[in-house]
Structure formats: structure tokens, C-alpha cells
Design a protein around this ligand. Sequence first.
Ligand SMILES: Nc1ncnc2c1ncn2[C@@H]1O[C@H](COP(=O)(O)OP(=O)(O)OP(=O)(O)O)[C@@H](O)[C@H]1O
Length: 248
Amino acid sequence: MIQLENLQKSFGPHKVLAGVDLTVPQGRSMVIIGGSGSGKSVLLKCILGLETPDGGRILVDGQDATKGDRDAFLARFGMLFQGAALFDSLPVWQNVAFRLLRGALKRPKAEAREIAIEKLRRVGLSPDVADKFPAELSGGMQKRVGLARAIAAEPQIIFFDEPTTGLDPIMAGVIDDLIREITAEMGATALTITHDMGSVRAIADEVAMLHGGKIRWTGPVAELDASGDPYVEQFITGSSTGPIAALR
Ligand SMILES: Nc1ncnc2c1ncn2[C@@H]1O[C@H](COP(=O)(O)OP(=O)(O)OP(=O)(O)O)[C@@H](O)[C@H]1O
């Protein structure tokens, strides 16, 4: 379970997070939506310790994420970055097994490779992909590799940062379905940020909308269309008119 309590973060005079309260229950999939610049990435970075919050608390399974052993804390997370963010100089299997080849989760090389091949299979890629380099793969295949990497160490918590950006609608749907299936079968707690309403509906159990530095609305995905919140309505319909100022 992830609990954010009154989380705050400013950059100079610019208050990006102005007291975010949010709970992601164990084994549930939460998707955070919000306009460009609303602070979704900053929120994720605060949880991962890549940004230091100015105030508030981040609790993961009841423990303060900013205290204690960082490596042990991060070992519980998997992450699929925007654009897959693979290492071009490493073959696919070493990308997938990256965290199994070094640090706290290190395994013998042959075992790490076996796990990589098994995870590649889980995301629909055959073993012959293991020895290719990322540049030899299509964008959709690279996303699958990124997903295989995110799950390689069997994390309890997985973050997905814009998982379908740059993919065609069919491939986006395939990746959404894989994310949904895999997180459910792992029983993982998932936190996703996306602009893609198709992804929201495919991946989310719960949705939270970040606006004005706070959680504007949160609820089950089934209630999204009847939220009654004008900000949520404008966002999900993609309207240029409404309470959210749209720059032209
Ligand atoms: N390191 C930083 N220094 C200064 N300002 C920053 C920094 N990181 C983020 N910001 C600012 O914080 C605000 C929120 O950024 P963030 O990247 O979290 O938005 P976002 O909701 O993820 O947007 P998008 O959907 O466009 O990716 C932006 O105005 C951004 O310029």
C-alpha cells in the first residue's frame, strides 16, 4: 500500500504539489490523470526518492519511504519509463535482467538470463529477441522489453510512466492489456501516469485527478464518467472549454 499524506513540493516560487493526499491499496491499480505540467511526474519522482518533498509523508506498507535503507526500498519497485528507456549498448536480455546482474538483487549470469527469457515470453517476445539490441526492435517491441524489465525482479509495486506514448492505438491496447494482466497475476500494486484515456479505462481500478497541486477527484474507474466534477469531465472529454485553462 502506498499512502501520500499532505505531500508538498515547490520549485522556487512554483508550488507544484500543494498537499497531495492519496492512498493506493495493496494489489490495486491506480492511474493518475492530469494536464501537462500538473505535477504527475514530480509526484512519481518524490515517491521514488528522485525528488525530495518539502513536506508531508510518503508511506509504503506503513514505512516512511524517506527513511531507512534506500536500496532495500527500491528493490521492491519496478518501473516502466516513458519511451521504454532501454540501454542501447546492452542486448535485450541484459536490459531485462539489468537489476538481476548487479546490486542487492544480483543472481548468477545464467540464472539472470533464464529469468529474462521467461519474462520476455510473458510479454509476448520469443527467446531469439534476447540477443538482439534495442535499436533492432520496433517501438512496440521496445515497450514490451521495458515491461519485461519492470517485472523481472518480481516487484510488489510497479510504476508506469506514460506506458503507451508513441504507440499506435492497437499496440497501445496490447500493452495496456499486458499491463493489466501481468499486474493482476503478480498481485502487484500499480501506479500509472498517463494522458491516454484508453489506457486509463484499460489499466485502472481507481483513478485520481491531479489539478492545482492537489487530488481534485478520486474514485473507482467505473465512476469516472459520472464524477460530477467539471475538471474531470473536461479532461476525459478533451474539451478546450471548461475550468481548465487551455493555451492555444
Ligand atoms: N527539476 C525541476 N525544476 C524546476 N521545475 C520543475 C522541475 N521538475 C518539474 N518542474 C515543474 O513542475 C511542473 C510539473 O511538472 P511534471 O513534469 O510533474 O508535470 P506532468 O504532470 O508530469 O506533465 P506532463 O504530462 O506534460 O509530463 C512543471 O511546471 C515543471 O516545469
